[in-house]
Design a protein around this ligand. Structure first.
Ligand code: ZN
Length: 121
């Protein structure tokens, strides 16, 4: 009687190691690329939010002759001209916005790296 020592079913350890090595290389390429795409998308959405808020601030400046002191004036309509922004802008990366009352420029704490101690702008 002949004994079959060679079983053709399943994978060898070397074959499994090759598959896992290929998967490891693909994941190490894909994860940083995905993270970079997400970061760029958040930055662009943040920039769009800033431009929308600056446009509302510009409208406020045209109507009143001065820049709003705070973005909340544009949202809650407590200024002289009523509500100019539908809702307070939210940075997708969790930053907070502020407006420079001298120039009307809106900046994000997370993306433009200001601190609460910095003067406006
Ligand atoms: Zn931001």
């Amino acid at each position: 009687m002949e004994t079959n020592f060679h079983d053709d079913r399943g994978f060898t350890l070397v074959e499994l190691m090759v598959v896992f090595a290929i998967l490891f290389v693909l994941v190490t390429i894909a994860v940083p690329t995905y993270a970079g795409v997400v970061r760029r998308a958040e930055r662009r959405a943040c920039h769009a939010n800033q431009k929308i808020a600056e446009n509302a601030a510009s409208l406020y400046q045209v109507m009143t002759g001065r820049w709003p002191q705070d973005l909340s004036i544009l949202v809650d309509g407590s200024g002289d001209v009523g509500q100019l922004l539908g809702h307070y802008p939210e940075c997708p990366a969790g930053g907070t916005y502020r407006i420079d009352p001298e120039t009307g420029r809106v900046s994000c704490k997370k993306h433009d790296h200001f601190t609460d101690a910095d003067p406006g702008g």
